[in-house]
Ligand binder design. Sequence first.
Ligand code: SAH
Ligand code: SF4
Ligand code: F3S
Length: 464
Amino acid sequence: MSVNSESSRQLEFMEKVREHNKGRALKYCSVVFGCQMNEKDSEKLSGMLEKMGYERTESEAEADLIIYNTCTVRENADKRLYGRLGVAKQYKKDRPGLIICLCGCMMQEEHVVEKINTSYPYVDLIFGTHNIFKFSELLFTVLETGDRVIDIWEKTDEIVEDLPSRRKYPFKSGVNIMFGCDNFCSYCIVPYVRGRERSRKREDIINEIKSLASDGVVEVMLLGQNVNSYGKGLDEEISFARLLDEAANIDGIGRVRFMTSHPKDLSEELIDTIRDNPVIARHIHLPLQSGSDRLLSLMNRHYTKDDYLRLADALRTKIPDISITTDIITGFPTEEERDVEDTIDVIKKVRFDGAFTFEYSKRTGTKAASMEGQLPKETVQRYFDEVLKKVQDISKEQAKRFEGRIMEVLVEGINEKDPSMLTGRISQNNVVHFKNCGIPVGSFAKIMLDETMGFYYNGTVWGH
Ligand code: SAH
Ligand code: SF4
Ligand code: F3S
């Protein structure tokens, strides 16, 4: 079956569901956990639902259909879902016609589906990450038969293009450039639940961005678990750097971001491309995970502390304004105080502009889960507190370097707490608050960054 015929087949199912629901004004609520990939998938699910005639609501309590797109990267993500499902039980009692759907990464785990199958009988539809494009077809079966439908695929080679999508923001959008991950970092569940790495064709990506631009989008974020290895397996020979440059040269696109970069595949070409094209954001998210060579090797990360320091140095030297952010895991099996010291040493040397710190979470089926030397919770937490304090102190200091500068800001919205203020982001990704003087959301403005408040700036409009 060709990919295009699959999307037209699915469009027919959307029509069938619309026909089935005819005459009823139905609402859907979309709940999403996890990363930008999931956000993007949920935009597709919402797009399909709206094509089927459902109207969006933000309230689960008034929805006729709720779809939870799940994440399983750490244990607390799983816990949050079970909590939400517990509440949904009551909604179903109140309104027996309610359809409850579950999809996403957590559903790719057998033990999860078993648990839901036995303990959550009120869930109507379960599918995974590989067959998301089949949502309309599966929903149609649920509606026609009234039976519970479970459809999980172990893998897929297909990339189904051209399905509808409903964007969260009119002026910015994520764009998938690849799916899956082949890196198998030993702690990580993502390769198991998202499958093998597949790059989308350059042409499909560029066409999508052009069409977003003609629809008013000014900022895109290129998405992949390891964008630096983009292009593997494609007929055309193309590097991520070239794709990024091409995306940044599309008319109407004022800013291009990307996420995530794996240090092992970060090329000199990419650094030069960012330096030479001002449309590319002055921001790189470059997960370190640990500064200890011993742990990096156990984590299967394929770089050393020195490799990382050299990369950060090259970035800071060639692009002085760049902001470098990172992810750090504390409490990986066998971690000792001296490993934490190595991590803190990297934090001090790189001077991260921001960092997400995570307590190691054991994921069933990963290599690290069966390693000796799993640490007690108190130790994991102690390391976490040490690292967190250091990254917070340094990123606060780092933010000071832009104080007093006039920077280009993409206006992203009216401040929720105070509508007389606008909120935007600088190229480096930091948030700025400034007076609402009528600059439209989705446009670029010049803002003087008056002072840093740690995680954000207060600024003054300088022009637009
Ligand atoms: N592909 C991205 C990361 C995706 S997951 C990358 O390689 O950078 C986002 C972050 O979650 C990771 O960078 C890691 O820091 C964290 N993470 C992943 N698995 C984890 C686990 N089992 N326990 C704690 N943190 C984890
Ligand atoms: Fe997980 Fe590593 Fe792949 Fe990132 S690169 S998704 S951390 S396996
Ligand atoms: Fe979570 Fe899946 Fe993303 S596990 S972090 S939603 S790829």
